[in-house]
Write a new protein. Structure first.
Lengths: 302, 426
């Protein structure tokens, strides 16, 4: 059964088209990831689904409720955590949670079951002002506040941005735990490596959904031969690799460059020899398995 | 209901934990009331006066004593020649010179016998430093009143036997004029002649004129001591309340927008009305405390009589507070940043309130166009009501129009603010 449905949603800010006929569906109990760079339209889509802004065109439905006309009822059953830290910095941890509990018509004690794991970590700091928490703790507190009323759908807009790797891993564990409880979770992130944690993901770029699939199938369906190349001079290497015969496209990827080849490619040894011939040292060329980011690059370069 | 209580509690936490804002909220009204009520006063005190006389007689001595006993004046010295006194004025040591003609005692006695004889041949001359024309007029008026009382009071009649006739020659000089010497003084002095000709002196002039003249008997109603605090306190109340209330509420809502907490509040089932009411309550409480402090200061420090009904003074003030809070709400729905909220509250309110409320400048003397605009300034109605209640001690019936207008404005502002309040981000 579908929990979240978006049909041809468009949104324009002035001359900027933030969303162009976006359609997607999220099933009940799914952990759905929306992957895209900054400015791709993730936040706009979240806000439309959470009834915070109105779409210019298109229709949406969350748990059968229309965010445009049924927003009052919708707001009772959804949890939303904005991308920016949006709690009261001058209130303590406990005051924040209690405030949101009352706002959503419940109490900390009643909502505790769902957030118990996270709240245990926060409890030592319960009398500390929220503004004086660490980045990871702030996000956990925000999650607690978004979960206090046990929503059936949870929207998390970039919850792990600016959070250290350990806290990020913890955060994802919590999300998986939530999915097991049957909650629909829609989460956005700019980090490709986090995409693998989701049940299903959608790539979003410049306001359009590129592809929506399970992470495993996305990688499986890559269907190209992928190599990684590195040398002592990475800066000029990109253009030199691109000029070699049989290279479809090449892009920098951390400390190496990745490239995809077609049938006319004469093999990694030939490329290494060519690069050595034009003065590169320390050359390694090797065939690699595609990652989620390679899939994103492929989709976005298409 | 429970959510509203928590909401209000949360707002109080915000205010109480923000020490700086708290300080502004509490201290600003006190400072302004004291500043305007006390320091900024249109009364002039401590006027330094030099007496010039060639022969110190009984009359001059008595007059000097009388002047010195007056809280407004201080005798800075007695000189034999006018030039010496002018020198003092040039260096700014004295504000006024009072010159008596020679042989005053003898002339008064003889005039007593001759009845009709006046001292116009060598009149008492007042020379005022008129670099500030407003104070010069007031100083000259004060001194004339003192002299009048010397010559017309019952004691004076007994002591000097004066029943009629003394003339003053006043001359207002600026320091530059004094440099040019006595000729300038003399020329400007002759223009005045009898003090009946100067508008400032009208009060007591006629009473010492020749017999048969019309004698106006002047009574100052409501503020017999001409205390400027009587006038300023209601004005300051009108200004402080509206600015503090509007600024603080608008900033507090816009702060939620800026911090992103509004986004979270909006996705919650909380109704916008709850948000608005919960924001208004703490500021209403604080403003009511401010009101109490201001009224106490006005009564016990500035000695404003508060002669009308205290209940209605407070009730109308509270309507005004609610109106101001609603204005702040309205501003908050129109702007996006705290800085914009602060600026628009201050800019939008400060000038109209100061210029068009009758707080300092009388509305009646403004061009018709501005008089019309002033009708829309809530402070105008509030200040007018407060003057009637606090100073004049009038009944509720006298301020009913003001109360009606203020209530109407409050309802209108709340409705517009609610209408403008959005249940979404844009």
């Amino acid at each position: 059964m579908d929990s979240i449905i978006a049909e041809n949603i468009s949104k324009t800010y002035g001359t900027v088209k933030a969303l162009k006929e976006v359609s997607l569906t999220v099933q009940k109990g799914e952990l759905f990831g929306l992957i895209g760079a900054d400015g791709a339209g993730k936040t706009t889509l979240f806000r439309i689904l959470a009834s915070l802004i109105l779409p210019d065109a298109g229709k949406a439905s969350v748990e059968g409720l229309d965010p445009v006309s049924d927003y009052r009822r919708l707001r009772c059953i959804t949890g939303y955590m904005p991308g920016r830290f949006s709690l009261y910095g001058d209130l303590t941890v406990e005051e924040n949670i209690r405030f949101y509990a009352t706002v959503f018509g419940t109490t900390l004690e009643a909502g505790r079951v769902l957030i118990d794991d996270i709240y245990k970590q926060l409890e030592p700091f319960r009398n500390r002002a929220a503004s004086r928490l660490s980045g990871g703790m702030k996000q956990k507190l925000a999650l607690c506040c978004a979960l206090i009323h046990s929503p059936s759908v949870l929207f998390l807009d970039e919850p792990t941005t600016g959070v250290d790797p350990v806290s990020r891993r913890e955060f994802w564990l919590v999300l998986k735990h939530l999915r097991e409880s049957g909650m629909t979770v829609m989460v956005s992130t700019p980090y490709m490596e986090e995409a693998g944690q989701c049940g299903r993901i959608a790539f979003i770029k410049e306001g359009s959904i590129l592809y929506s699939e399970t992470p495993g199938r996305i990688v499986e369906s890559f269907g190209e031969t992928l190599y990684a190349v590195s040398s002592d001079r990475m800066h000029t290497l990109l253009d030199d690799v691109r000029s070699f015969t049989g290279i479809k496209y090449c892009y920098s990827f951390g400390d190496s460059h990745h490239f995809v080849v077609d049938e006319s490619f004469s093999g990694e040894k030939a490329l290494a020899g060519y690069l050595a011939g034009i003065g590169y040292g320390n050359i390694t060329v090797k065939k690699i398995q595609p990652t989620m980011e390679d899939c994103y690059m492929k989709l976005s370069l298409r | 209901m429970g959510s509203r209580v928590t909401f209000v509690k949360k707002e109080f936490f915000h205010i109480l934990r923000d020490k700086r804002t708290m300080l502004i909220l509490i201290i600003m009204p006190i400072v302004e009331i004291i500043l305007f009520g006390f320091a900024i006063s249109v009364e002039i005190q401590g006027i330094n006066i030099a007496v010039v006389t060639s022969d110190m007689g009984e009359t001059v001595r008595k007059i000097e004593e009388k002047i010195d006993a007056n809280p407004y004046f201080k005798i800075a010295g007695t000189f034999y020649s006018q030039d010496e006194a002018l020198k003092m004025m040039r260096v700014g040591k004295i504000d006024m010179i009072l010159r008596f003609p020679s042989g005053l005692d003898r002339k008064i006695l003889s005039s007593n016998h001759e009845r009709k004889s006046v001292l116009s041949a060598s009149p008492v001359r007042i020379i005022v430093d008129a670099s500030n024309p407003n104070t010069a007029v007031t100083e000259q008026m004060y001194l004339k009143n003192v002299l009048m009382s010397c010559f017309s009071g019952e004691g004076a009649v007994a002591a000097y036997g004066i029943t009629s006739g003394i003339s003053f020659e006043t001359s207002a000089v600026t320091p530059e004029e004094t440099v040019r010497g006595t000729s300038a003084v003399a020329s400007s002095g002759t223009a005045s002649g009898m003090i009946g000709g100067t508008p400032a002196g009208t009060s007591g002039v006629a009473s010492i004129g020749h017999e048969g003249n019309v004698v106006p008997d002047i009574r100052l109603m409501y503020n017999p001591g001409m205390q400027s605090s009587y006038n300023f306190v209601p004005g300051i109340m009108g200004m402080i309340m509206i600015i503090i209330c509007a600024m603080m509420t608008s900033v507090s809502i816009v702060r939620e927008k800026e911090n992103g907490t509004m986004e979270v509040l909006l996705v919650s089932p909380v109704k916008p009305l709850t948000v608005i009411i919960s924001k208004m309550i703490p500021y209403f409480v604080i403003s009511s405390i401010n009101l109490a402090v201001i009224l106490l200061l006005a009564k016990f420090v500035l000695a404003v009589p508060l002669s009308g009904s205290l209940f209605w003074t407070c009730a109308i003030s509270m309507v005004y507070i609610i109106l101001s809070l609603a204005l702040g709400m309205l501003i908050s729905t129109l702007v996006k940043t705290q800085a914009a909220a602060m600026l628009s509250s201050a800019m939008l309110l400060l000038l109209p309130v100061i210029m068009l409320s009758g707080m300092i400048f009388p509305i009646e003397s403004e061009p018709h166009f501005f008089q019309w605009i002033s009708m829309t300034v809530p402070a105008r109605w509030y200040i007018s009501a407060m003057r009637k209640l606090m100073v004049e001690g009038q009944q509720l019936s006298a301020v009913l129009p003001e109360l009606g207008i203020l209530s109407g404005m409050a309802v209108l502002l709340i409705s517009v603010a609610l209408f403008n309040l959005k249940s979404r981000l844009e």
